[in-house]
Design a protein around this ligand. Structure first.
Ligand SMILES: *[C@@H]1O[C@H](CO)[C@@H](O)[C@H](O)[C@H]1NC(C)=O
Length: 343
């Protein structure tokens, strides 16, 4: 009996890879007596989906065979190698559900390059990554997760469906402080912990919200770029690169910082933290972690302003606080940026 099951699953595996491949080998390929060896790529723990968009079949390089259903067109890559996924107005790709995507805890990371929106009709909030199906007619929403882009103000909103369905039918969520400027690559990381939604933009922790319920997973596909039900009302275009999904793993802050390096030029993400937007000076000082302080004006000029601009923290109502601020009357408010203590 066991033998039959193994045989059947082997046959199934063989058939599945047969569709994709003309030739199947059980091991690596050695050329010139082993001088050159072709082997599978290395994989991080619990990485069960890695779509590089460098091939023309939207393959998953995590080793979990979560290949896309149909590939999308190619666009310029974030690095000098390969390509990214070109999402044209309203288009999307689909990644079928598999048992790889069933944990209540997960991390997703990707690089995003938004195009300027040519139209001002349609929905304000549009999905760029969505796992699950929204049934608007019956008000049933599946978002594990749903990463939405604000076409008006360029914020991101991350939804996670939880078992608190009565209170949060569309899922619980976190909204970014960052606005995603056009025509620039941004690194985005969404970490769903047991009780929180954490959103990193360019390696900097940008928004965290606690949730009341547990993640409600679903067995529907991942949609990337748009969804079948929003495609018409969301004419957004973007490039997407290096999409990764970690099942049952919260990526650590250091790992996200390392992966996002380059998004802020040569500045390391750890150097800067957002304190608060439109808050009083004292509040801004309080909100910096122990490892950081409100940036001095030299620090602001050498990197703080550049990061604030790259992060789209641009909508503060008066000024950026610095330790040298002379204007600290309690009734004024501004943007607080924390810089790393260098000792
Ligand atoms: C956090 O979630 C609550 C609902 O639980 C919501 O009212 C609030 O706006 C959210 N905050 C952010 C910053 O997303």
């Amino acid at each position: 009996m066991v033998k039959t099951v193994i045989l059947i699953s082997l046959v199934f595996l063989f058939v599945a890879s047969q569709e994709l491949c003309d030739m199947n080998l059980g091991g690596g390929i050695c050329l010139f007596g082993g001088e050159t060896v072709i082997m599978p790529l290395s994989t991080a723990d619990n990485l069960v989906g890695h779509w590089t968009f460098d091939d023309n079949s939207c393959l998953d390089y995590s080793g979990s065979s979560n290949h896309c259903k149909s590939p999308g067109p190619a666009a310029p890559s974030r690095s000098s190698k390969g390509h990214s996924l070109n999402i044209l107005e309203g288009q999307y790709i689909e990644i079928p559900h598999s048992s790889s995507f069933e944990s209540k805890i997960f991390t997703m990371t990707f690089w995003l390059y938004m195009h300027k929106d040519p139209s001002d009709t349609g929905l304000r909030w549009c999905p760029i990554i969505h796992k699950g199906t929204d049934d608007e007619a019956n008000l049933v929403y599946q978002r594990a997760p749903g990463i939405y882009y604000d076409r008006e103000d360029k914020f991101l909103k991350v939804y996670v469906s939880t078992d608190e369905m009565i209170q949060f039918p569309q899922g619980e969520y976190a909204v970014s402080n960052a606005r995603i400027p056009y025509y620039k690559w941004h690194h985005i990381a969404v970490v769903r912990t047991q009780s929180r939604i954490r959103l990193y933009v360019n390696g900097i922790i940008d928004a965290v919200n606690s949730t009341n319920g547990w993640t409600e997973t679903n067995k529907n596909p991942f949609y990337v770029g748009n969804t079948p039900w929003t495609s018409e009302n969301c004419p957004i275009s973007m490039y997407l690169d290096d999409l990764k999904y970690y099942d049952n793993r919260e990526l650590m802050e250091e790992e996200i910082e390392a992966e996002a390096f380059g998004a802020l030029g040569a500045i390391e993400p750890y150097f800067i933290r957002l304190s608060c937007i439109n808050c009083a000076y004292e509040e801004a000082v309080e909100a910096c972690p122990d490892t950081h302080h409100i940036c001095t004006s030299i620090e602001l000029h050498s990197s703080g302003y550049a990061v604030a601009r790259a992060m789209g923290w641009t909508d503060w109502n008066s000024h950026i606080w610095s330790t040298a601020s002379t204007n600290t009357e309690s009734d004024s408010s501004g943007l607080g940026i924390c810089c790393l203590n260098l000792e």
